[in-house]
Design a protein around this ligand. Structure first.
Ligand code: AMP
Ligand code: ZN
Length: 466
């Protein structure tokens, strides 16, 4: 079966066909660099990374643009408070974002674009919208008249036909019930940064940013537009209105939205204060690939409740994968082949592919991998895993890792917390008890690589840092 995605626009799973046979034009909304990104934000960016990797694995070329929102209400407020210029203020968080993204092994889009570097294009687009009769001005600010765009509400599946004409909203984010004419251009206010343009002094609203940069780099109709579910309304609804009003063409063909990372049943968010940055989690001794695994393990359209228990299970899953890779590298298998196991490998790999083709069902794909690992480990223990089975097993593991990218331990010498070291030692003791000496050795080696020395004494295991 072909590659399929759930399209928020049609509310259906659809077969994916880009406009050009083998090229995907994709725009995804990037970070607002006003603070450190939290791991909820990174759930969405890990999803985007998996999407990229899967499209590439399926033979598509990518032209993917991601924006950096570096001018916006919250940024301006914080920069003013700290007496910093916009650029000075955002540079810190932009750098932090790229560092965290690298830790999480996020592949880079073909192009990063900054809002502040496209102001004149935005002003020109707003001017054009004005010429076409979609805008009006009030106190130097310019608004999009949503009553002039009958399709407004098509993405979020809301009927906005009864809303009050002429009511407007100046802030960039607002709730569904609050559909009003939204701001395209904000007039310059005392002390705030502004740009002098043919449409007057001011700065762009958030929504116009993405429309203008997407069209500039990718053309009038995109194949995929993606982001978190909180962007469906108003951000993406507004993007569709502006872009279609500008070009007369459909803006994007497939709209993909990832669900929230939750904490105790609530969205992880800055405003609720219930968030962890990646740095917070790493400081507790969890390696970044564990976080990556956790965020990737639940299909993107399902909510995921974050707990440290969940992170520990993710660590265990990564361990199992590494243990299998270690066995493939270190154990000597009897000559010959086991045909049944060969078929089993091919079947598992097919299941893995089919699951990801099915709207990136990562949970099912991982299920296929772990069921295979169980069978292959059992065969190894019983001498049924033969030398000729090795290449296929290795190939499958490599192809798995080209998407999930968790096998390679990250180099963070000596930064494991006591709790994580104790947990690893307990896992090693457990492995020894069940006579799984390969696994026990491997855990010791891994700890040594992190600068942890183990000493087996008659009273149990003692450990120290190098
Ligand atoms: P922002 O930096 O606030 O513009 O957000 C960046 C991305 O993170 C957007 O695509 C949001 O939809 C997404 N996002 C924000 N909070 C969460 C969350 N708790 N879980 C998943 N994605 C989120
Ligand atoms: Zn956007």
């Amino acid at each position: 079966m072909a590659l399929r995605f759930y399209n928020t626009l049609s509310q259906q799973v659809e077969e994916f066909r880009p406009q050009e046979d083998k090229l995907v034009r994709m725009y995804t909304c990037g970070p607002t660099v006003y603070n450190f990104a939290h791991i909820g934000n990174f759930r969405t960016f890990v999803f985007i990374d998996l999407l990229r990797r899967w499209l590439l694995a399926r033979g598509y070329g990518l032209d993917h643009v991601m924006n950096i929102t570096d001018v916006e209400d919250k940024i301006i407020r914080s920069a003013l408070e700290q007496h910093k210029s916009l650029k000075e203020y955002t540079a810190t968080y932009e750098k932090a974002f790229f560092e965290d993204a690298a830790e999480l092994r996020l592949t880079q889009p073909e192009r990063w674009v900054r809002a502040t570097e496209h102001i004149s294009e935005m002003a020109a687009a707003i001017e054009k919208l004005g010429e076409k009769g979609y805008t009006y001005e009030s106190d130097g600010s310019i608004y999009f008249r949503i009553a002039s765009f009958p399709d407004y509400g098509k993405l979020s599946h809301n009927d906005f036909s009864g809303i009050r004409a002429g009511a407007r909203v100046d802030v960039d984010s607002y709730e569904k019930g609050d559909a009003r004419d939204f701001v395209l251009w904000k007039s310059a206010k005392d002390g705030e940064p502004f740009w002098d343009t043919p449409i007057g002094p001011g700065r762009p609203g958030w929504h116009i940013e993405c429309s203008v940069m997407a069209i500039e780099y990718l053309g009038e109709t995109l194949d995929i537009h993606a982001g978190g579910v909180d962007l469906i309304f108003p951000h993406h609804e507004n993007e569709i209105a502006q872009s279609t009003a500008l070009t007369g063409k459909p803006f994007a063909r497939y709209w993909l939205h990832s669900e929230f990372l939750l904490v105790d049943g609530q969205k992880m968010s800055k405003s609720l204060g219930n968030f962890y940055t990646l740095r917070d989690v790493l400081e507790r001794g969890y390696p970044p690939e564990t976080v990556r695994y956790l965020l990737a393990s639940v299909p993107y359209r399902k909510q995921l409740n974050f707990t440290f228990e969940g992170l520990k299970s993710a660590a265990t899953a990564v361990e199992r994968l590494r243990n299998f890779a270690w066995r493939l590298d270190h154990e000597k298998f009897p000559a010959g082949g086991n045909e049944k196991l060969g078929l089993r490998t091919a079947q598992a790999e097919q299941q893995f592919y089919q699951s990801l083709d099915d709207d990136l069902n990562t949970a099912e794909a991982l299920g296929a991998v772990f069921e295979y690992l169980r069978d292959a480990n059992t065969a190894m223990d019983a001498g049924g895993f033969r030398a000729d089975n090795e290449a296929a097993a290795r190939g499958f593991l490599q192809r798995f890792d080209s998407i999930f990218d968790v096998l390679r331990p990250s180099a963070q010498q000596g930064s494991l917390s006591d709790a994580v070291v104790e947990e690893r030692i307990a896992a090693r003791t457990e492995a020894k008890k069940s006579r799984n000496f390969g696994e026990a050795d491997r855990i010791r080696e891994e700890l040594v690589a992190q600068g942890i020395i183990l000493e087996d004494t008659k009273d149990g295991v003692r450990w120290k840092r190098k």
